[in-house]
Write a protein that binds this ligand. Structure first.
Ligand code: RP5
Length: 151
């Protein structure tokens, strides 16, 4: 994530990965304030054995796109809700990548953070049967938890 202030949103991605038993790490890496840290993180991600990157940022949210430019790993971008523009700035900054360097962009805020984790899980599950089973269980439990009446 681009800032510690993004954690309130991005913790939902971490919690979802935790629930699915997916090993992960959480880091603050700012495209603007710590560009060398971003370079080191993105270029080192694949050699270290990471399989995907979930990048959350707000405002002029360059983090996901810059990370994607420096790694062949799939990058999932989460637009963090900003105060001034409610995350529309974050969303448009992340989603409008020019052809050639994709960022899989999720919804603004908590829903995007949760779904980034679930999408990463779905990708990893294509080559991990145990994870596929855990993901199926998660989906079944979610379905079972939906009430038929509002109250
Ligand atoms: C972005 O600027 C971060 O991703 C964060 O969403 C936003 C504000 O950062 P702080 O000023 O709260 O550190 O780079």
């Amino acid at each position: 994530m681009g800032s510690r202030s993004d954690w309130e949103t991005m913790r939902h991605a971490a919690e979802t990965l935790e629930r699915l038993g997916i090993a992960h790490e959480t880091r603050v890496v700012s495209a603007h304030r710590t560009p060398q840290r971003l370079y080191d993180y993105a270029t080192g991600a694949a050699p270290r054995g990471l399989r995907a990157i979930i990048a959350g940022a707000g405002g002029a949210a360059h983090l996901p796109g810059m990370a994607a430019a420096m790694t062949r790993l799939p990058v999932l971008g989460v637009p963090v809700e900003s105060h001034a523009l409610k995350g529309m700035d974050s969303l448009l900054s992340i989603v409008q990548m020019p052809a050639g360097v994709p960022v899989g962009t999720l919804a603004i805020g908590r829903a995007g953070a949760v779904n980034a984790a679930l999408l990463a899980a779905a990708m990893l599950a294509t080559t991990d049967e145990a994870l596929a089973t855990r993901l199926d269980t998660f989906r079944a439990e979610q379905t079972a938890s939906v009430a038929e009446e509002p109250a």
